[in-house]
Design a protein around this ligand. Sequence first.
Ligand code: IMP
Ligand code: MG
Length: 179
Amino acid sequence: MEQDLDKVILSKEQISERVRELGEIINQDYSDKQLFVIGILRGAAVFMADLIRQIDLPMELDFMAVSSYGISTKSSGVVRIVKDLDSTITDKDVLIVEDIVDSGLTLKYIVENLKSRKPASIRLCTLLDKPSRRVADVEVQYNGFIIPDEFVVGYGLDYGEKYRNLPYIGVLKPEVYSK
Ligand code: IMP
Ligand code: MG
């Protein structure tokens, strides 16, 4: 897998340090709230597993899956719920955990959909943010790293379902996805 990468942009150590910091902030912000964490499958699974172990508060956990890019590296803007929550979020303080916000179209759709279920609050936590590519306006309250407009893989992020298990985040060689 490593030979498909141009470079590593975030090491294992950098990621774990930042995840620890995010956990501390979330601990403070949600100390008097009814925290309900929603992980967006499949990309956020790795980040979420690490993040929730830095959260020292009672919380509930659930997952949602939406249709993604398929094999392309650009958002189609078409979002479909493939797996919905199993529990209700009414009156809960929802924290959506995502791997990366790119165009923002995916999260925009998810937030609007979840709002209609009347939670007490909704906030977004993303490991990575590519603000230069934003199309939809979404407010991200917790952001791990701002990254440039490059296609990255690892630590949950995939290209064609590969590379999710890399323990760091790297940029894919352009020839890998232009093939
Ligand atoms: P958006 O709707 O354009 O914000 O796309 C968000 C989704 O696109 C993320 O949850 C990822 O699954 C995928 N995505 C966007 N950029 C990248 C990337 O650089 N690497 C891997 N997946 C990405
Ligand atoms: Mg994906």
